[in-house]
Design a protein around this ligand. Structure first.
Ligand code: HEC
Length: 170
């Protein structure tokens, strides 16, 4: 008697465990997918913060020292994401590359947005909010800005002139 009750109980429990396992695998799969393909966007409130540190020569020099100490291992000497440990990084078992800080596209982001990313981090990139002071983080951004050229692709002067549409009715 006791035996049959147990087997009755264990069957649904086992099934439950299998469902849970499948469920968590699915969840991990989704999380990995998101982690690998999603664009990293700073919240707009954070992006509106302006850089209180003037990007003058001493600030850029200080920023470079901090960059070499903290960011270089992953982002590399020119910010291209080719630092000595760049090839070993992963998130949830999926390989990730460090962002390319020499890409002119970085200028589409405000200093505030970059500041937020440094502060928060995103695995495997560490969060620097506790390791580096606010001033140090803004200073690093001043240096990072020197790694990419500011090409203004949105310049209106290059825009081809719109030709007026002449519609001829049949
Ligand atoms: C352990 C490796 C590692 C270190 C150290 C590191 N990063 Fe990163 N960083 C990454 C990875 C990986 C990403 C890509 C994250 C993503 O989008 O998935 C990234 C992304 C970024 C981005 C976003 C680029 C973009 O296109 O959105 C910025 C900015 C950045 N890092 C700056 C820094 C700075 C500045 C430092 C030093 C204070 C630093 N990182 C240190 C690994 C690192």
């Amino acid at each position: 008697m006791k035996r049959s009750i147990l087997t009755h109980l264990t069957a649904p429990v086992q099934l439950g465990a299998i469902v849970l396992l499948l469920g968590s695998n699915l969840y991990i799969g989704l999380a990995q997918d998101n982690g690998a393909s999603q664009v990293w966007v700073a919240p707009s409130r954070a992006a509106r913060k302006s850089n209180p540190i003037t990007a003058d020569t001493p600030s850029i020099a200080k920023g470079k020292d901090l960059y070499v100490a903290a960011c270089f291992p992953c982002h590399g000497p020119g910010g291209k994401g080719d630092g000595p440990v760049a090839g070993t990084l992963e998130r949830n078992g999926v390989r990730v590359r460090p962002g390319n800080l020499s890409d002119p596209k970085l200028w589409q982001e405000t200093d505030g947005a970059l500041f937020w990313k440094l502060t928060e981090g995103k695995t495997p990139m560490p969060s620097w909010g506790e390791t580096l002071s606010e001033e140090q983080r803004w200073t690093i951004i001043n240096y990072v800005r020197t790694l990419s050229s500011k090409t203004d692709k949105t310049d209106k002067t290059d825009k081809p002139q719109e030709t007026a549409k002449t519609e001829t009715k049949p």
